[in-house]
Design a protein around this ligand. Structure first.
Ligand code: 5AD
Ligand code: SF4
Length: 443
């Protein structure tokens, strides 16, 4: 079989990064190897995101870029997968005449067959059925899987059983299905064998792991099992839901040495009224108690979050409650987004009371406050000794700088790495602190 080149463009969350990696793994069997250059490619795949309108709009503009390549090379295969594919399906084929394949989020395992069918028949193809949970099969990582990453992801579940009023994910990713724990552990072991030191477990509500199955272990028990795997030095997970952030789980995080002292848990709003309207199923006080308890066990714990600003019913008073909440809780970082109405969601039909400019103004105000907090917390780390995993994140390499991550997940730049290599874990004294990054020297 002729060697072929595959170019994948990934939008959105870490789940998509994981899925794109697994697409590349599966398509190796069809003789595709990955290229960074779309002009060299025999196949271009876009793995898309529709959580907000911005990334969704990028898909069509990206596809426009490849129209010319397709005209020059009619054998080029162009495909779209991920959440936009799931949402639009067949309609995308109608809208973009030069598109060949549309594969929904649950059709990932079927992609090699779809490609074979397309190459044999030349018939454009769309497959977007959401699979029923009892027949859903995850793409399996094969024992010969190789990666250069020292930090990698493991998807432990797919879908989401929550119905947050603003969120399109349950519609694009279907209901929750947990990957059998045996498979999760096997996958972690395969990664460890390939040199991976740090694993991030992925799930839309990662800590509800196992609840969809009769005889499955809990998320806390899964952490315990992964903690025993030789070669894995660090365990992270994203994103937990406050509803399932139980005392058992908090105690496990504290007790298990390989589980890092960093929690990324979305709060979304500091107003209980808005939280209720969003159907988040917790109050801000509960969230605060959980973080307080965790900090009492691990004072060095770093906490980050997601926030939506300008929900249709968010008043000035509600927004101020969110600002107050940030001041009280002192997150290390917050990812904040202006509310974006999404089709199919419950809040889609709510009339927006704020203009885009008003939403942006609130967003800027919140971001300014968080920046102040983040930089203060960063500077508090100056002079401390932090355990760092040197990774091959290429960012900053142009300046001959290396970088790694602390246990709390802060990025640290190091000018002189001495005899250390990527994948090593060692102590660093922090010398400078910025909003998102630190600088340090090896001691
Ligand atoms: N508008 C704005 N932000 C959203 N998010 C999810 N849905 C929307 C929406 N409709 C944000 C949430 C979530 C993050 C991944 O994206 O904060 O945690
Ligand atoms: Fe969306 Fe809520 Fe599920 Fe998160 S928990 S993916 S915000 S529905």
């Amino acid at each position: 079989m002729k060697d072929k080149k595959l170019h994948i463009i990934t939008f959105g969350c870490q789940m998509n990064v994981y899925d794109s990696d697994k697409i590349a793994m599966m398509l190796k069997d069809l003789n595709y190897s990955v290229t960074d250059n779309p002009a060299d490619a025999d196949m271009i795949l876009l793995n898309t995101c529709s959580v907000r309108e911005g990334p969704e709009n990028k898909v069509v503009s990206q596809l426009g870029r490849f129209k010319k390549l397709k005209e020059e090379n009619p054998n080029l295969i162009l495909g779209v997968g991920g959440c936009v594919a799931q949402q639009k399906g067949e309609e995308l084929l109608k809208q973009v005449k030069y598109l060949d394949i549309v594969f929904g989020t649950d059709s990932l395992p079927a992609l090699p067959d779809m490609i074979n069918t397309y190459t044999q028949t030349g018939k454009r193809i769309s497959q977007t059925e959401i699979q029923l949970s009892d027949i859903y099969k995850f793409v399996e990582v094969t024992p010969d899987y190789e990666t250069n990453n020292v930090s990698d992801f493991v998807k432990i579940m797919k879908g989401c059983n929550k119905r947050c009023s603003y969120c399109i994910v349950p519609f694009t990713r279907g209901t929750e299905v947990s990957k059998p724990s045996k498979k999760v552990i096997e996958e972690c072991k395969i990664l460890a064998k390939s040199g991976v030191k740090e694993i991030t477990l992925l799930g839309q509500t990662v800590n509800s792991y196992g609840r969809d199955k009769k005889n499955e272990i809990s998320f806390a028990q899964l952490l315990e099992k992964i903690n025993e795997i030789e070669g894995i030095e660090r365990i992270r997970f994203t994103s937990p839901h406050p509803k399932y952030f139980t005392k058992d789980l908090m105690d496990a995080i504290y007790k298990l040495d390989k589980v890092m002292e960093h929690i990324h848990m979305p709060i979304q709003s500091g107003s209980n009224k808005v939280l209720k309207e969003m159907r988040r199923q917790y109050k801000s006080e509960q969230f605060l108690e959980q973080i307080k308890y965790m900090r009492s066990l691990m004072p060095q714990l770093e906490v980050t979050t997601d926030i939506i600003v300008g929900y249709p019913t968010e008043t000035e008073e509600d927004f101020n409650l969110t600002l107050d909440f940030l001041k009280t809780i002192q997150f290390d970082n917050a990812f904040s987004f202006a509310y974006s109405p999404r089709p199919m969601t419950e809040s889609f039909n709510l009339e927006e009371t704020l203009t885009l400019d008003e939403k942006k103004a609130r967003l800027n105000k919140l971001m300014d406050l968080q920046k102040e907090i983040s930089i203060k917390k960063s500077q508090n780390l100056i002079g401390t000794i932090q355990e760092v995993l040197l990774d091959n994140d290429s960012d900053g390499r142009d300046n001959n700088q290396y970088s790694g991550r602390t246990r709390g997940n802060r990025k640290v730049y190091i000018d002189d790495i001495k005899d250390k290599k990527i994948g090593d874990i060692f102590n660093v004294k922090i010398t400078e602190g910025y909003i998102y990054t630190l600088k340090g020297i090896i001691i």
